[in-house]
Design a protein around this ligand. Structure first.
Ligand code: HEC
Length: 126
């Protein structure tokens, strides 16, 4: 009888350890996924520089106004716009999926870093 009890306790212990092991593996993979996602986002979008953007956005301000504060209704206001939105629109203009004769031409020569920088600049102005 004693052996039986010890046996079942042992089985419970083994099962318990197996469960803990699985739980640990699950946590570890979750942490890895979160880690990969975070680094992934960092790699895709290098951080934009407001300072570099101010220089690169000089030509843009001819139409979009100083600091993106457009006063003409033909030109959208970019001042204080979310960087993610500016990035998305500039990438679409560059790819040609958003069509505008002026902006397709303006976005064509921009590098990914240029886009990040001008997006950071316009999102910083109000
Ligand atoms: C010659 C004038 C002109 C210049 C220069 C210009 N833009 Fe534009 N931009 C426009 C016009 C017009 C639109 C509206 C296009 C439309 O109706 O789809 C626009 C739209 C945009 C939009 C989308 C805004 C929104 O709310 O969807 C962004 C972002 C933008 N421009 C960024 C820039 C950047 C960055 C530069 C400089 C590299 C630049 N523009 C230079 C005329 C200009």
């Amino acid at each position: 009888m004693t052996t039986g009890t010890t046996g079942s306790t042992l089985t419970t212990q083994v099962k318990c350890m197996a469960f803990a092991g699985r739980a640990f593996m699950l946590m570890a993979s979750l942490a890895m996924i979160i880690g990969i996602t975070l680094t992934g986002v960092g790699n895709v979008y290098a951080k934009g520089s407001v300072k570099a953007g101010a220089v690169k956005a000089r030509a843009c301000q001819v139409c979009h106004g100083k600091g993106g504060k457009s006063t003409k209704e033909t030109y959208p206001i970019l001042a204080g716009q979310h960087a993610a939105y500016i990035r998305k629109q500039l990438r679409a203009f560059r790819a040609g999926t958003r069509k505008d004769p002026i902006m397709n031409g303006m976005a064509a020569p921009l590098s990914d870093q240029d886009i990040e920088d001008v997006a950071a600049f316009f999102s910083s102005t109000k």
